[in-house]
Design a protein around this ligand. Structure first.
Ligand code: KG4
Ligand code: ZN
Length: 345
């Protein structure tokens, strides 16, 4: 890790903003020594979405062992930790409180500083954990909860350029997959099905009318639903998918959807590059950035423009404490610590 080199801090980070309990250890010299995640996905899948009350109870049960395991795997002990970083916003309040209380308890008992981190700043810099991203950079964050464009000026110095006005892109994948009877998360299933259909655009779904930096995906979701109805594939009254046995059709829907998303992302990157002519790199982050087709297509587009595209490894794409540890590290370098009285924001 070459990017930040003044005082060397060893950071232990905790992330519990939604349905993943995660802990990580980071040092500048050795990079990410551990990044452990306990996922609650299976538990929530039974209910068709994250149940906040169950999420916080599960964080409470698992957090000690996840932190212990992250420390053990890193080869460090609590005494080696110089500062504790923890996600304090945004997220489910009951989930955030568990991580924050645990981090506070550790920091206070070890008499070490605490650093409260914005989860979205964690995602925004997640491609920088393993890569030397050149600034100013453009960052496209796409997950199940967020879709946004950032301009990263330097570490901790960033500006939100645009946001989704309604659903997140990952949510659109999840909801459309669900319409066709697939469980959460829909994104990986859509990718697999789209591959079977050769990543072709069969149904030409609308690319979205929102101009500028912002995004909108609720119209796309509705357009796909109406198209399914029109094709006799969905019964609105019964809320039932009628072509479960037509694997060719299902893969064509998935493929058309993925190609449509690709076009929307490229259009937004293009717009942002036109209005930020000094951009040196582009980052593609968040759960949806696990998608290999989107990675390849965005890389192809950026290559053509002579700009390097960076994306994190899959574990740093979905919610994880590794990205929080990294932000904690540069904040510690910048002396941006918080009081033990910090709350969720
Ligand atoms: O970052 P993340 O784990 O959680 C949120 O903060 O939302 O992202 C989860 C989202 C889900 O919507 C999931 O469907 C999507 O990321 N996702 C994918 C892929 N893997 C996960 N979307 C498209 N292709 C994938 N391979
Ligand atoms: Zn996230």
């Amino acid at each position: 890790m070459t990017h930040i080199q003044t005082k060397s801090y060893t950071i232990l980070a905790i992330e519990s903003s939604c349905d993943d309990t995660s802990a990580a250890v980071y040092t500048a010299q050795q990079g990410l020594l551990s990044n452990e995640v306990y996922s609650q996905t299976l538990m929530h899948a039974l209910y068709g979405g994250v149940v906040p009350e169950l999420a916080s109870r599960s964080h409470l049960e698992k957090i000690t062992s996840v932190v212990e395991y992250a420390l053990k795997k890193s080869g460090k002990t609590l005494a080696d930790i110089d500062a504790f970083a923890v996600t304090s916003k945004p997220g489910l309040p009951g989930s955030l409180i568990i991580g924050l209380c645990f981090a506070k308890g550790l920091a206070w008992s070890m008499q070490k500083p605490i650093i409260a981190i914005n989860h979205l700043e964690g995602h925004a810099y997640s491609a920088c954990v393993e890569n030397d991203v050149e600034f100013p950079a453009l960052c496209l964050t796409v997950s199940g909860g967020h879709t946004a464009l950032y301009r990263l000026q330097g570490y901790g110095d960033y500006q939100v350029l645009g946001n989704t006005l309604d659903d997140a892109a990952g949510e659109a994948f999840d909801k459309i997959a669900r319409l066709m009877g697939f469980a959460y998360p829909g994104g990986p299933i859509i990718e697999k099905l789209a591959e079977q259909a050769g990543f072709q655009d069969f149904f030409m779904y609308p690319r979205g009318a929102v101009g500028g930096y912002d995004f909108s995906f609720s119209g796309l979701k509705t357009a796909v639903l109406y198209d399914l109805v029109k094709k006799g594939a969905y019964d609105m009254a019964q809320k039932k998918f009628l072509k479960s046995d037509d694997s060719l059709f299902i893969s064509q829907v998935a493929s058309s959807l993925l190609v449509c998303m690709k076009d929307i992302f490229i259009k937004k990157i293009e717009y942002a590059l036109e209005h930020n002519s000094d951009i040196k790199s582009v980052c593609f982050v968040g759960g949806v950035a696990c998608n290999k087709y989107l990675r390849a297509k965005l890389t192809q587009y950026c290559d053509k423009r002579g700009i390097k595209l960076f994306y994190p490894s899959p574990k740093l794409c979905t919610d994880n404490a590794g990205m929080i540890a990294f932000v904690g590290y540069y904040k510690a370098q910048q002396n941006r610590f918080d009081s033990y009285e910090v709350g969720i924001l």
